[in-house]
Design a protein around this ligand. Structure first.
Ligand SMILES: [Zn+2]
Length: 371
């Protein structure tokens, strides 16, 4: 209960102050939030992950040799080529957002969502179109009858064709002159915000936190001491159908696939704790069951005991959503999903606790070294 109340205060404070008076603490050198912040502030809507891939590559330890497959997944391998076992850790680089569908004659943009989210989250928000010549500012106008709706009946729908982006230009030619083209990705301005204590928030904590955990583990590994072949995959297009993972499952055949991704927790004041309850700040979570996978209880027990032996806090539970590892059982590899607990999933204000991320990185490393 304490955790829940604390979280509520944190989130309200973040919204009310809007960064105006909340001084951000300086990032701890080498701390997990400094990596997370760099990755979150880099846009990477599904199918447009290039900038995130470049950032991750720059953050790899010097020994790591990175390969990019035909689909765009970034892969790093460590340990003996014919090790005792092959483990594949996978975290996705992409995030939900919009893609430009078409430019109208009046210069406004028709858009289509990439991934699943409530489109009302973008209503009345500033966005950036990440065009070839550079970022172009835009706004998502609120639905036309929002004034009347406040006083009268239900507002009109805000989805599909009702969502558009205005750039301040008055013609298609003017929008094109800014470099905007069909297919360009659109996000809100990417800003990681530190909150009270060790909480932080931003759009695409899912799954830049997973990418951060993999990077932390890689930076801590001594490749020569590994007895397993350990592969780290930073995947594309998870949010639009696990497409990057699908391609990997056909080319890499691990003994165990370990997805590192969000645990959508009910640790918030408006939700009941009967389902998906993992407390922010109390450690990484093993996703025993989610919408895409049921993990073998023996594997779960093994992770729990490894974590306890390693002195790491650990939680486990059931939640919604799928994970990249769920495409591997079809090819013979069981799927284990490891997470950090979050609230407000797929919104612009996903919240994470830094200690959970530190410990998730340590857990990935522990499994890589001792499985
Ligand atoms: Zn995710």
């Amino acid at each position: 209960m304490k955790g829940r109340r604390r979280c509520a205060v944190v989130v309200c404070a973040g919204l009310a102050l809007g960064g105006e008076t909340m001084a951000a603490r300086p990032a701890r050198e080498g701390g997990s939030f400094s990596i997370l912040e760099t990755l979150i502030n880099t846009p990477g809507v599904s199918t447009r992950e290039q900038a995130v891939r470049d950032r991750i590559r720059a953050l790899l330890p010097s020994w790591a040799k990175a390969d990019v497959d035909a689909k765009g997944n970034l892969l790093v391998a460590a340990g003996p080529e014919h090790g005792a076992r092959t483990l594949l850790f996978i975290a996705h680089m992409d995030e939900t957002g919009y893609l430009v569908k078409a430019i109208r004659d009046d210069g406004s943009l028709e858009v289509r969502p990439a991934g699943g989210f409530f489109e009302t989250l973008y209503e009345g928000q500033v966005v950036l179109v990440h065009a070839a010549k550079g970022d172009v500012g835009g706004v998502v106008p609120p639905r036309p009858n929002y004034f009347e709706a406040a006083a009268a009946e239900a507002p009109s729908a805000f989805a599909g064709d009702a969502v558009r982006v205005e750039l301040g230009v008055a013609s298609r030619q003017a929008a094109e002159a800014l470099g905007v083209a069909a297919g360009d990705p659109i996000t809100i301005p990417k800003v990681f915000q530190r909150l009270y204590g060790s909480f932080g928030s931003g759009r695409a904590v899912d799954d830049r936190a997973g990418c951060t955990a993999l990077l932390l583990a890689l930076r801590g590994l001594e490749p020569k001491t590994l007895r397993n072949r350990v592969m780290f995959a930073f995947s594309v297009e998870e949010e639009i159908g696990l497409n990057g993972a699908q391609a990997l499952a056909q080319s890499v055949h691990p003994d165990l696939a370990i997805a590192v991704d969000t645990f959508v927790s009910s640790d918030s004041p408006l939700e009941r704790d009967a389902f998906a309850h993992a407390v922010l700040g109390k450690g990484p979570v093993v996703r025993a069951i989610d919408s895409s996978n049921i993990t073998d209880p023996a594997i779960i027990d093994r992770v729990l005991s490894l974590a306890r032996q390693g002195g790491l806090p650990i939680q486990y539970g059931l939640t919604r959503g799928g994970n990249d590892g769920s495409v591997f059982p079809e090819f013979g590899a069981p799927d284990l999903a490891l997470s950090w607990p979050t609230v407000h999933s797929h919104s612009p204000v996903e919240v994470i606790h830094e200690r959970d991320l530190d410990n998730l990185g340590a857990l990935v490393r522990l499994i890589a070294e001792r499985w």
